[in-house]
Design a protein around this ligand. Sequence first.
Ligand code: SF4
Length: 370
Amino acid sequence: MIPLQLTLAPEWAPDRDAPWRTLEARPATTFVAVPPGAVLNPPASTGMGFWSINPYVGCEFGCTYCYARDTHRYAVERAAASGRLADTTYEEFGGLEGWEAFERRILVKEGAELVLDGTLARAARRGRLAGRPIVIGTATDPYQPAERRFGLTRRILETLARHRGSALSIAVITKSPLVTRDLALLQQLSERHDVSVNVSLATLDTLLLRKLEPRSPAPRARLRALAQLSAAGIETGLFIAPIIPKLTDGRRDLFRLVEAARGAGAKYVMGSTLRLGPAARRRFLPHLEHVFPELADRYRRHYARGAGAAAAYQDAVADRLAEAQIAAGFAPRARRRHAKDTAAAASTAATAAQAAMGAAVDADSQGTLL
Ligand code: SF4
């Protein structure tokens, strides 16, 4: 048994009017303690069929396509509007143009596990958790470098492990091998709950990956983590996310990646194509112009009508992925044309995690990059 270290303080509640407090300032990154609001975000607030938990806001991995940058900006703006953020700090956050603040000013939801404890008990009493998976890491990586220092994700898992209501369905999404630190805890959770760990990896090509994800863990390290978790009996999956047109959607690359997942013991592979919402677009398109200038115009045209890739492109990618899965020996999964369908049907940890990664798509966009 894992010793559970938390002393319960049921009367504890975050002081939502408290100012933000610097926990640690390193040369490149500052970690700021923020009082957590809702830690367990209900399906109604995301429009998806699952609950979500994000222990941090912002992420040092700094993937150029990351769709979560706006969550950081909203949090900063809300805090400034309610007077919790000093003017000078607000200017500093804004001065980093938003996208950089997302990577360099990490918000740590101090006391999140205590808030979760209360919310979980209330939601369970009202039967609101039944059939609704909980996904950890929908808008930020729960095992990003900050976790090594602050341990919030681990304390959240400990809180879930203490839950004595009916069985939960819990999915973790991460790019980081740090998840293996919590292997024993995940095993303990799996004894009572439906648990899956979904390792996200877009390509095995390390040089290409570095151009897209400046500080994320190396592909081999992620696959090793996947193998370690699988060997320990944890249900694992590989998320090929995002699949980036003309860069990571090649047949050979996808087949190799799916085969590597199979070799690492993954139970399933899922993929979702690149989405460029407003925040991701502001960061990714200028970056693409810099590293792959020959693709920039094509992307601007293709993504001019919406955040999602064209439906025809998504279908072609889904077919390719299905072929790769069959070739690697995965059992065929029921194919859903769009992530919206998956979100609506999110009844297991794995389908909820897939919906979280895929988000909604623009069904009416046309054309193809293939
Ligand atoms: S690891 Fe995930 S949350 Fe972090 S920057 Fe990359 S895509 Fe965003």
